[in-house]
Each structure stands twice: as C-alpha cells, then as structure tokens.
Design a binder for this molecule. Structure first.
Ligand SMILES: [Zn+2]
Ligand SMILES: [Zn+2]
Length: 309
C-alpha cells in the first residue's frame, strides 16, 4: 500500500485531474445553459425591463417593445398588462384572455392568504402575488410549483370546481405618480427533466470535490511518508480537515530541516541525519554546537569561525 502511494506521480495526476475537471465543468455549463436557455433569456429580459422601469425615466414605447420581445421569447409569460390609474388595460403583450375585458381588477381571494388574488371576470384564475425574485425563481427553477399548487388546493379544496382553477404567478410595478401599473403574469412550465439535470450536475460536482479531497490527503500522506514522518497522522489530519491540515503540515515542516540525501524531516538542531547518518549542520570547532549557515561566531561560546567560502 505504502509502496503504491509512494509511486503516485502527483504532478501528472493533478494536471490530468484539472484538465478533466475543466472539460467536465464546461460540458455541464453548456448542457445546463442549453436546457435552461429560454429560462435564462427570460431572467435577463425581465431583469432588464424591471431595472429600466424602476429608474422612472423611460420611454413607454421602447418598454412596450422590450416587453413584447420578452413575452414572445418565453412560454412562461402568459401576459404583461399595462394599466392606467383606473385599471383600464392600455397594453397587453400577448392578448391573453385577461386582456378581453376593458379593465383588469384584482380582489383578494376569499378564504385565502394575503398572497392570493382573483379577477372578478375570470373565476378559474387565481393569482399568486410574488416578489420580483420569487417570480424569477418560481419560473426558472419551478421550485415551488408543487408547493404553490398544494397551498392553493388546500385553501380551495371545499369548492366544487377546484380542479378547474389555474394558479398564475403575478408580479407588478406601480408608478405612484401616474397611477400606472404593469402586471407580469406567468405560468409555470418546468424544464423537462430540469430537476434531474440539476441533481445530476450537483452530484458530478460533489464527486469531483470528493476526488480533490482524497487526492489532497493522499498527497500529504505521500509527502509525510517520504519525509519519514507519520503518514497516517498527517494523511488522517488532511482527510478530516482538508486545507487546514495542509497548512499545519507546511508550518510544521518549515520548522524542520529536510535531509538533502534521504529526504527525512529532521529537527533543526540535529548535526547528523537520524535516518542516513549524513552530516546536516556545521558545528563549532571549539564547543561542537550547531552553527547556522552564515554564522561568523559561535552562538554558544563566541568563538570566531573560519568560513570556507
Ligand atoms: Zn538523511
Ligand atoms: Zn562554540
């Protein structure tokens, strides 16, 4: 076992590992990017429209065009309605069923929590008010689709026709000066197998992280073995604490001397290597104590030293 670990060429292994990790990483990004492409486009468009609207100084016609593009590019967008201060519909990006009436009003849904609203002209639709971020997260990751469905079903189960109810996500921006409102109405269409893709991606990333973790412990094990230190101790510490163990190991080794012949880690005060017997340090010719490399006088007895160089 030790023989085998000692022979692992870590420089090559790490290089190959990094190349494989980068290639797998790029493939995963491309794959996920492709699977979630329309969702990512939606985030980008929606975010940009929101930013523009929030600054207040925008040209409504330009905004309409951007809203139209966003709606056309995303199947999740059911409609984007622009209302005046009387809730009259002045613009609809997709001319959905909600744009059929002259006005679009929302009332708090009976018996439901604060987040739910209904439109008096459409009794099959329930709107769940979301924040900006919630709308994005719900639309893109559809994390809460089942949760929202269940939450709303729990609250309307006593109604005879609750199966016919459709829950929409709604976020809005209101202009307090003009009374104008913009409603973003979304439906949730989860990416097919999207959750599985994300799980597999996380599992692969986890796998690579674990390999890195074990490789690092193996490397320290090998290094300790070569330095005639206890490989189980140092490999074990690294396996448990990872980078912290490596730092402790490096600090420990910096306070030691490495034998230039056999590689053993030796106490700095050693005159001879305890493994191969080679002379590691110069000594004072009078009292025999260890000299440091550039000492001109002995630290112990003060005798002047003749430096060969
Ligand atoms: Zn030695
Ligand atoms: Zn001396």
């Amino acid at each position: 076992m030790n023989n085998f670990i000692e022979k692992i060429p870590f420089k090559k292994v790490v290089l190959i590992y990094i190349i494989i990790a980068i290639l797998v990483g790029i493939s995963l990004i491309l794959f996920i990017g492709n699977a979630f492409q329309s969702k990512l486009t939606f985030i980008y468009d929606y975010h940009r429209i929101h930013e523009t609207l929030e600054t207040g100084n925008h040209n409504l016609e330009n905004i309409k065009e951007e809203i139209k593009n966003m709606s056309d590019n995303s199947e999740d967008v059911v409609d984007v309605l622009i209302l005046d201060k009387e809730n009259k519909i002045v613009y609809s990006s997709k001319n959905s069923e909600f744009a059929n009436e002259e006005k679009f009003t929302l009332n708090k849904a009976d018996n439901m929590t604060n987040d739910y609203f209904v439109n008096p002209n459409n009794d099959t639709a329930i709107f769940r008010l979301t924040t900006n971020k919630e709308l994005i997260i719900n639309t893109v990751l559809s994390n809460f689709d089942t949760e929202i469905q269940k939450e709303s079903e729990d609250q309307i189960f006593y109604e005879s026709d609750f199966d016919s109810k459709q829950v929409y996500l709604l976020s809005y921006i209101a202009n307090h000066d003009t009374g104008e409102k913009i409603y973003f109405i979304n439906e949730i269409h989860p990416v097919e197998n999207g959750k599985m893709y994300i799980k597999v991606t996380l599992a692969i990333m986890m796998f690579f992280f674990m390999i890195y973790w074990v490789l690092l412990a193996l490397y320290i094990y090998q290094n300790a073995l070569k330095s005639k230190l206890n490989p189980y101790l140092w490999g074990g510490i690294t396996l448990i604490t990872n980078i912290a163990g490596v730092i402790i190991y490096i600090i420990y080794k910096q306070n030691q001397k490495t034998c230039f012949k056999c590689g053993a880690s030796q106490d700095k005060s050693h005159i001879y290597c305890t493994y191969c017997g080679i002379k590691l340090n110069e000594t004072c010719h009078t009292c025999g104590s260890v000299l440091n490399r550039n000492d001109k006088y002995c630290a112990k007895c003060g005798e002047k030293q003749k430096n060969e160089e």
